[in-house]
Ligand binder design. Structure first.
Ligand code: GLY
Length: 347
């Protein structure tokens, strides 16, 4: 078992251990004196791991029930948020009880937001079951739901009380879902750790399971460092958005349907690197992205993507911040006028 302590305003531990889902009750009983919990999940993950989690909790003395909503991004909305909070209320969850998010990014984000707001805040535990959620969304305390105006536009910072990452759960994922998470993994190598990027270059999507524990550990540790320096996303944390400005634009252009977040991040990282970094860096990134079966660009004309970039959350007072890696392992945050960003991208 490996563990990482995240020293934010509310410090917590991230446990990284194969098989840890079946021991979650034991781990959770150490961080709360309550013995009452609700597990929030989706219909797919609930079917795969719901019984294991509930029986581990019951064996550790918890009174617990589970609420499962329909899987998919379309559930990260106000009406499902309402169903979750109604469920918490009917289950008699009080401020001293515990809420458990079991699933990928959608489950973690909406459950975290419910935990941040129900009774003005209840402790919650993240049990992420996708690569993307283990290496990114479960750590750092960003919680949110989508509204008509855009993704993640209503949310709160709420650090979890504990994160339990079981990389055995990644074995049940379809190859495309694993690839989706690999985009964020490659991002960590690019922004902070050149030797980790080399490790990724020496593997591909078929052989990546061999190094999965190291991947999860290294990415969570990088995220820990960044989040500890800038918990509330006012500066350095922006480097985690490498590839995301164009990536979000691609996702939005596709109407969040057939184009995943990881595909957007992969293409977005390559597109910005092609334009603003030396050719050898761009070539290495492209090769690495290709070996994890992710896109390195798009045929959509830049002028159709740019209007979506100017809706980016990192835009303020007519300026936009983008992230560029001119060497592997180091990221710079560059703030420019929106028109200058358009000129750079169209060039
Ligand atoms: N996913 C980016 C962040 O946590 O800041």
């Amino acid at each position: 078992m490996k563990s990482i302590n995240v020293k934010t305003s509310h410090p917590y531990e991230v446990i990284i251990e194969r098989g840890s889902i079946s021991k979650c009750g034991e781990y959770i009983s150490k961080i709360t004196s309550s013995r009452k919990a609700v597990v929030i999940t989706d219909d797919i993950v609930g079917g795969l791991y719901g019984d294991t989690v509930l029986s581990s909790l019951k064996n550790s003395g918890f009174e617990c029930t589970m609420f499962a909503f329909h899987n998919g991004e379309q559930s990260k909305c106000l009406s499902v948020f309402g169903e979750i909070t109604d469920y918490l209320c009917k289950a008699g969850i009080t401020r001293s009880d515990i809420i458990i998010a079991l699933g990928g990014g959608v489950v973690g984000d909406i459950t975290g937001f419910a935990a941040a707001t129900y009774l003005r805040g209840v402790d919650f535990v993240q049990i992420p079951t996708t690569l993307l959620s283990q290496v990114d969304s479960s750590v750092g305390g960003k919680t949110a739901i989508d509204i008509t105006g855009g993704k993640n536009l209503v949310g709160a910072f709420k650090q979890p009380a504990l994160v339990i990452c079981d990389s055995d759960t990644l074995k049940s994922l379809p190859a495309e879902t694993l690839a989706d998470g690999m985009a964020e993994v490659i991002k960590y190598g690019m922004i902070k750790n050149g030797s980790f990027f080399e490790l990724l270059e020496s593997h591909d999507l078929d052989s990546v399971d061999e190094i999965m524990d190291e991947i999860v550990y290294t990415c969570v540790d990088i995220k820990r460092e960044v989040v500890e320096h800038d918990e509330f996303d006012r500066g350095e944390r922006m480097i985690l958005n490498f590839g995301h400005t164009l990536g979000h634009a691609l996702e939005a252009w596709h109407n969040y349907t057939d184009y995943t977040h990881g595909m957007g991040v992969a293409a977005g990282m390559c597109m910005i690197t092609d334009r603003l970094a030396p050719a050898d860096i761009s070539e290495r990134l492209r090769k690495c992205v290709e070996s994890y079966r992710l896109p390195t660009g798009t045929d959509i004309p830049m002028k159709e993507l740019l209007p979506f970039c100017s809706k980016d959350k990192k835009r303020e007072y007519g300026e936009i911040s983008y992230i560029v890696c001119k060497t592997i392992g180091k990221a710079d945050i560059v703030k420019v006028a929106v028109e200058e960003f358009s000129r750079l991208m169209e060039g």
